[in-house]
Design a protein around this ligand. Structure first.
Ligand SMILES: NC(=O)c1ccc[n+]([C@@H]2O[C@H](COP(=O)([O-])OP(=O)(O)OC[C@H]3O[C@@H](n4cnc5c(N)ncnc54)[C@H](OP(=O)(O)O)[C@@H]3O)[C@@H](O)[C@H]2O)c1
Length: 327
């Protein structure tokens, strides 16, 4: 194994640029390749980020001996085929969120990674942010007492455009898979992975979810009240309510500060992340690979499977199935 983990990017789209910028700051990482379905697009991306190797077609990158790990930045329905391609080629994989489209696929990916003895993690960067880690530490210190309730909304308004992945049912458009997954991970950080009850209502049009509200209840009675949307904007503030106070987290999915409300007083705590926020998750993957770990303790595959099971249940309740799947 080389001193640094040598990364390749799969898909030269929007979020791939952010990853490419972050790799430069991440410990133990080096970006050596980009794979695109288009030579022109891949070459342009490589030039912009100073990447040495361009592969036309993802299969070509899978065959390469120049990379140890890949970052999958394709639309959600392509995650499963891309991840399998690279896992079967013995490459370690960091796969964009959501890890795939449903729990059945998530279980297949988990088995595929295990069979090939390579690392796989869902790129839920929120879990590595210093602000989120600080919130967990504050709760563990008992600063807000027992957690009773979580609220998180991730709702944005994207103008209708059938050519964008946001509105295309073939690309599993809609808010739940795109941003609702952040709300579910947020609830899972503070209340766990096993809600006993889920109640969802949604506005589904033209094969995608325009907006969905979902309430999860856990064994101890605690509740998470969550929502996601692509047709309405809401402040993306996360709240963790305890018996002795509450923590407010503006922009919770990419948090860099916390606001503690306790005893009638408010304290602001700045917790900026390094670079563009992706660095810490990349460092985590590099560390795991170096240690020979096949999963991260922060986001083990069992957690990603649980998130997909919750999304499956929400989709069942709101009557949302994508044209390419049979659940
Ligand atoms: N972590 C975050 O903050 C964050 C933010 C945004 C998005 N994401 C996730 O990242 C993934 C990609 O999102 P994005 O916004 O970057 O999407 P995007 O701009 O549409 O880019 C996706 C890329 O995937 C490739 N691709 C492969 N098969 C495709 C197909 N059938 N249709 C369209 N593109 C295809 C294309 O690259 P080539 O043509 O070069 O092969 C395309 O440029 C999504 O799963 C999303 O949830 C994460």
């Amino acid at each position: 194994m080389n001193e640094k983990v040598r990364w390749g990017i799969v898909g030269a789209g929007n979020i791939a640029h952010r990853f490419a910028n972050a790799v430069k700051n991440a410990e133990g990482a080096e970006l050596v390749a980009i794979a695109s379905r288009s030579d022109e697009k891949g070459s342009k991306f490589a030039k912009e980020h100073g990447i040495e190797h361009v592969y036309v077609g993802y299969e070509e990158l899978a065959k390469s001996v120049l990379v140890d790990a890949v970052y999958i930045a394709t639309p959600h329905p392509q995650h499963v085929s891309c991840a399998k391609l690279f896992l079967n080629a013995k490459k370690h994989v960091l796969c964009e969120k959501p890890i795939c489209v449903n729990a059945k696929e998530a279980i297949e990916l988990s088995e595929c990674a295990k069979k090939n003895g390579v690392f796989l993690m869902e790129a839920m960067w929120t879990r590595f942010l210093p602000a989120i880690i600080e919130a967990q530490a504050m709760i563990n210190r008992g600063e807000i007492g027992t957690i009773k309730n979580i609220q998180a909304d991730f709702c944005y308004h994207y103008p209708f455009d059938i050519t964008s992945r946001v509105y295309n049912p073939e690309l599993a458009g809609g808010g739940l898979l795109d941003v609702g997954v952040y709300c579910l991970h947020f609830a899972s950080i503070f209340l766990g992975d096993y809600p006993e009850k889920i109640v969802a209502v949604g506005e589904v049009q033209d094969g995608i979810d325009h907006q969905v509200n979902y309430i999860l209840q856990y064994k101890d009675g605690s509740i998470a009240n969550l929502s996601s949307a692509v047709t309405v904007e809401k402040p993306a503030t996360g709240y963790i309510y305890g018996t002795d106070g509450y923590i407010e987290i503006p922009n919770f999915f990419g948090a860099n500060q916390l606001i503690l409300h306790k005893n009638g007083e408010t304290s602001h705590i700045e917790k900026p992340y390094m670079g563009n926020g992706f660095e810490d998750e990349i460092t985590e993957v590099c560390n795991c690979i170096r240690l020979g770990k096949l999963q991260s303790d922060v986001i083990p595959l069992s957690k990603s499977i649980k998130m997909m099971e919750q999304i499956d249940e929400i989709r069942r309740q709101i009557g949302l199935q994508y044209p390419f799947e049979t659940l």
